[in-house]
Design a protein. Structure first.
Length: 229
């Protein structure tokens, strides 16, 4: 259970460092990031098990050289987001269980690449979009025994509920204006509390989030897509 939990949304590039530094001083680490209209949402909490964290706000989607430098220092990508202008926010952490990572940026959802990596013992651990482009991060030793993708032009509600009934839980989400992708995984270790809910909203759901905290439900994934009327 997360002991301390904090979120910020509609954060500009210039205010990002201020929020992260304040959270870090309070012993919090970034657990999730998302972007809407070139503004950032960041979720920080004290229950991540991370021991150290770095992040980069880059005009590139994604900044390969910086990511490779951090891999050399034993940091692994733990969350990422892309903005419509093509920039990205990449968060890399120590204290993850990952042992190796690979990522791909493509113009369409990289199904074939994901299938190939699954066979090599990798699982999807982070996703993001920038405009119509996708970035998918896959990791070895992710604590997952099985994984599936739900990709749809609309929110795949029926598919998600079927997967939930079979022990899957949503572990990553991303969306373009045309498609929404959800990664659902079966954890190797059965979690103590298996409850999971989803919410679709046209604004950041701050009131809803606070109501769910009272029921020990916490934000684990966040993404922005088109508003369906």
């Amino acid at each position: 259970m997360y002991l301390v939990f904090r979120y910020h949304y509609n954060v500009t590039d210039t205010r990002l460092a201020e929020h992260v530094e304040k959270g870090t001083e309070d012993g919090l680490y970034i657990s999730c990031v998302a972007s809407c209209s070139e503004l950032w949402a960041i979720i920080m909490d004290a229950g991540t098990n991370f021991t150290s964290q770095v992040y980069e706000l880059s005009p590139l989607f994604l900044h390969k050289e910086w990511i490779m430098e951090q891999w050399e220092k034993n940091y692994y990508i733990s969350s990422l987001a892309g903005a419509t202008n093509g920039s990205s926010l990449v968060v890399m952490s120590k204290g993850t269980q990952f042992s190796q990572q690979s990522y791909k940026v493509s113009e369409s959802f990289p199904f074939k690449w994901i299938s190939k990596k699954w066979k090599e013992g990798f699982n999807v651990t982070s996703m993001a979009t920038a405009g119509s482009r996708w970035a998918v991060v896959m990791s070895r030793n992710s604590g997952v025994s099985n994984q599936v993708v739900e990709l749809d032009f609309l929110y795949p509600s029926e598919g998600i509920h079927k997967r939930w009934d079979n022990g899957y839980r949503i572990t990553a989400t991303a969306a373009t204006l045309d498609q929404a992708a959800l990664i659902l995984s079966v954890p190797r270790r059965r979690p103590g509390d298996e409850t999971q809910e989803t919410l679709r909203t046209s604004q950041f759901p701050s009131t809803h989030v606070k109501e769910k905290w009272a029921k020990n439900l916490y934000l684990s994934c966040l993404c922005y897509g088109r508003t369906v009327s």
